[in-house]
Write a protein that binds this ligand. Structure first.
Ligand code: LLP
Length: 404
């Protein structure tokens, strides 16, 4: 995305044209950026020959999953719905891993029937449930055990998952017990140790710590794991010049780790693949003055993009036509939803905006549309994929008749 003659373009399409033709709010993705992210990820971790499973929760648009699949990626899923989508998008079941703390027996049965690569179990009760179902089906099921390494990912508290107070995975003591349980079972094949310490991680250091914890455990445990699933979490840069994860350093740390433990590495990246590929185009409905600031009331809100309201996440906001004007007042970009947290950002010195102008909210490809809702009975926005000069509708705007 760049400005060309002061107008914002995504690949070679004008954002204004998209806004006028398809109306707003509209999610719009760049194919070129998606391809670039995947190839960059693959290149940086090439020496590990990992299995890369796209974390479907970050973006569940089936047309995007199909594009991602074409680059040979598998899928990390956390529900039967996500698994169905991944399979429908054509992803090979042998490249699907199933994570999540609350898999129901129906979900486990479905996963077993589909012969997916791994069910990454997160508790003693879940492993016993998998064992029971596998026994009834007279099958041998490949599983992983998710370890909680009690490692601080140094990210937002709300998206940290690898500390002992978090609900995810099992601690070292239970991990050893479960390994022994699996050895006694004829229907379970323990193939993987999995971890995922959090999301939007921008330093390789927490990953190093996590690898050290795994190393210690592997030294003590009497079991050969074919796979080590390191989860996702690779952070991207949301603000100008903000730090992002250095893949090379992370890759080197993994290489060092593998010297003592030969295993196939699995990654489950979401945000790093899709985050910076998407924008949310929105129209200014009203500008409402307040003593200290102006409220820029947009036609998109926390129903379409929940990250700011839920995590205090900050996304860049840009005008789609650049002017040389400057507002004297602070602009507070808000949505139309009846919640005070329905607020995107306060910005000083933004260019002067008028009602009916368009703006874009940046880097919303991950956990944007996938976290959206019909709150306040607002339909889901349209989703568009731009490929060069081509525009493809990859999901239609939801119709009122479908939500009323
Ligand atoms: N694997 C597991 C087991 C996960 O729980 C997650 C994300 C991922 C992989 C992918 O992580 P990523 O590479 O995208 O960081 N809604 C929050 C993020 C929640 C992440 C949940 N789990 C946000 O908008 O920042």
């Amino acid at each position: 995305m760049k400005y060309k003659n002061k107008k914002l373009v995504i690949e070679s399409v004008s954002v204004q044209k998209i806004a006028q033709k398809f109306s707003t709010p509209a999610y719009c993705y760049s194919y070129k950026k998606l391809k670039e992210n995947i190839l960059n990820f693959k290149k940086n971790f090439e020496s590990l020959s990992p299995i890369i499973c796209f974390a479907v929760k970050s973006n569940t648009n089936i047309n995007l999953i199909k594009e991602i699949k074409k680059f040979g990626l598998g899928a990390d899923v956390v529900s039967i719905g996500e698994m169905m989508k991944a399979l429908k998008a054509g992803i090979n079941p042998k490249k699907i891993v199933f994570s999540g703390v609350g898999k129901t027996s129906d979900e486990i049965k479905y996963a077993i029937n589909k012969n997916i690569l791994l069910i990454n179990a997160e508790s003693e009760s879940e492993i016993k449930e998998i064992e029971k179902i596998a026994r009834t089906k007279n099958k041998k099921v490949q599983i992983g055990i998710r370890l909680n390494p009690n490692t601080d990912a140094k990210t937002l508290n709300q998206i940290s998952t690898g500390k002992k107070e978090n609900k995810f995975g099992v601690n070292e003591k239970i991990f050893f017990r479960l390994v022994n349980f699996c050895k006694t079972s004829k229907n379970i094949e323990l193939k993987c140790l999995s971890v995922h310490i959090g999301s939007q991680i921008v330093s390789h250091k927490p990953y190093e710590k996590m690898l050290n914890v795994i190393t210690k455990i592997l030294k003590k445990v009497n079991h050969k794991f074919e796979y080590i699933d390191l989860g996702g979490g690779m952070g991207i840069s949301y603000e100008n010049n903000e730090k992002k994860l250095n893949y090379k350093k992370y890759s080197l740390a993994i290489k060092k780790f593998l010297k003592n433990h030969q295993a196939k590495i699995i990654f489950e990246p979401g945000r790093s693949i899709i985050g910076n590929t998407g924008i949310l185009i929105s129209k200014v409905i009203y500008i409402k003055q307040n003593e200290t600031k102006d409220f820029i009331i947009l036609d998109t809100g926390m129903n379409d993009l929940m990250r700011p309201a839920l995590y205090g996440a900050k996304h860049k906001i840009l005008p789609i036509v650049k002017t040389k004007t400057k507002s004297k007042k602070i602009y507070e970009f808000v949505g139309p939803i009846c919640e005070s947290t329905d607020k995107f950002k306060s910005i000083k010195n933004f260019q002067k905006l008028n009602e009916k102008d368009f703006v874009v909210i940046c880097d919303v490809g991950a956990y944007g549309m996938s976290l959206s809702s019909n709150y306040n009975v607002r339909p889901y926005p349209i989703e568009i994929l731009v490929k060069g000069s081509k525009i493809q509708i990859i999901k239609k705007r939801q119709k009122y008749k479908d939500i009323i």
